[in-house]
Design a protein around this ligand. Structure first.
Ligand code: ZN
Length: 433
């Protein structure tokens, strides 16, 4: 295949764009102390896009996309079910709870302009909507971060009137044109509108998922806007967002961006969570055959997940809810069960499923905690608290680690000690004994 110069330039721009975020402040680190993965296990997670209450976004979204791009969206949307039923949400939620599978689950607030999740969903009774929300709150939210995916995932809403703009082109779609020339404040205003609907619906939320190409040419603004909107509406301590998937050899570790006020009482940062796969489940329309072996092969030795886990970086998959349901065939869901089985067979307890908000907090603490070592003392100054903070401290003849007067949970190794403890915000002092 010939790679044109234009294609090369586009790839370089894309690579640069992911890196182009302002990282902001960074603290002092000690070469003798290394922050390991949480509990010394590789985090694994699943990002589910395009989910909401009751509405099958593929059925209602395709005719909108087809209005903007008539020759690109030819799926026979009338044949797709209008609903992804709560019986399936329950089945999925119970299986993932039993198996400890975690990640992010979108709730599109006004899916394809069908109805508002905090008011009415035309086509369903009031009770069906409130039952659906309660199912998300009780069964899904404990193990899955809830995100809006902007407001409609299709037409842009005029936030002054709550109605879609009249123009019917890609310029007024959330996925495509609209956001590409907007300021951080304008994007934040739009995000805040989406977040307020989830808040009205009494859903917890600490982050945002971008629909399709949203803000693809406004990455710096996107990062700032996420920070601003999540702080405004939910007073989120560590906001995070999902925009990027990286499928090549570059790092897929979360990026801690726009850090400021590290030494103040109100430190700020936002974390970009990066997927390491494409959607290899059932596609955004539920019409794609899953590619299980691309994630992990039957012998658990190859595939993208195996590659990233071996590297020790968070291995975060992405998929779409219509593709987990696959129009009732549940192909994506069966694929997830198999991925989980293969991961367990290949990696046992070397990996652990985590919510992405917990991964974001861990990475913020990992990157932003100041660490110094003098003699047998390690001093930490943490802008954020973090459960199960895991350090490797170099040193010979160490028997353990004391925090205050108590011995910490530690594993002595030949060249040092691995210690796991709940990091408190502020100063902590560890003593090697
Ligand atoms: Zn989406």
């Amino acid at each position: 295949m010939k790679i044109t110069r234009r294609k090369l330039a586009a790839l370089a721009m894309q690579a640069a764009a992911v890196q182009a975020q302002a990282p902001g402040e960074r603290p002092q680190k000690s070469g003798d102390v290394q922050v390991l993965n949480p509990r010394n296990k590789v985090p694994v997670s699943l990002l589910i896009d395009d989910s909401t209450c009751l509405v099958n976004l593929a059925h209602f979204g395709i005719p909108h996309f087809a209005e903007a791009y008539p020759d690109r969206y030819l799926q026979d949307w009338r044949k797709l079910p209008r609903e992804i039923p709560d019986s399936f949400v329950r089945e999925f939620g119970e299986w993932t709870r039993e198996n400890g599978v975690k990640g992010k689950y979108s709730i599109v607030p006004y899916p394809a302009c069908v109805g508002w999740v905090d008011r009415d969903m035309p086509g369903w009774s009031r009770k069906e909507l409130t039952d659906s929300l309660s199912l998300v709150r009780t069964l899904i939210a404990p193990n899955w971060d809830i995100h809006p995916e902007m407001i409609t995932h299709t037409w842009v809403i005029d936030t002054k009137t709550g109605r879609p703009f009249p123009e019917r082109t890609e310029r007024f779609m959330e996925n495509f044109g609209w956001s590409q020339d907007k300021s951080a404040d304008e994007i934040a205003n739009y995000m805040a509108y989406a977040l307020r609907i989830l808040k009205n619906a009494e859903l917890p939320c600490e982050g945002i998922t971008t629909p399709g190409g949203f803000a693809g040419r406004r990455l710096v603004e996107l990062s700032k806007a996420t920070l601003q909107a999540c702080k405004d509406v939910y007073q989120t301590e560590i906001p995070h967002y999902f925009r990027h998937a990286i499928l090549d050899s570059r790092s897929v570790a979360p990026r801690v961006e726009n850090v400021r006020g590290l030494n103040s009482s109100d430190p700020q940062c936002v974390v970009s969570i990066i997927a390491c796969t494409g959607d290899w489940y059932g596609g955004w329309d539920g019409l794609v055959t899953p590619a299980l072996d691309k994630m992990i092969t039957a012998d658990s030795k190859a595939g993208r997940m195996a590659e990233v886990i071996e590297r020790g970086e968070p291995a975060i998959m992405m998929c779409h809810w219509p593709g987990i349901y696959c129009n009732g065939q549940k192909d994506g869901f069966h694929t997830l069960k198999e991925v989980h089985k293969r991961l367990k067979a290949g990696y046992g307890d070397r990996f652990e499923w985590m919510k992405i908000g917990d991964i974001a907090r861990y990475w913020a603490a990992k990157e932003l905690t100041a660490i110094s070592k003098e003699g047998n003392r390690v001093k930490l100054r943490a802008p954020y608290a973090c459960p199960d903070f895991t350090l490797k401290i170099s040193g010979r003849n160490v028997r353990g680690v004391k925090i205050g007067n108590a011995m910490a949970k530690a594993k002595v190794e030949q060249d040092g000690v691995v210690v796991i403890f709940d990091l408190a915000k502020g100063e902590t002092s560890l003593e090697l004994v």
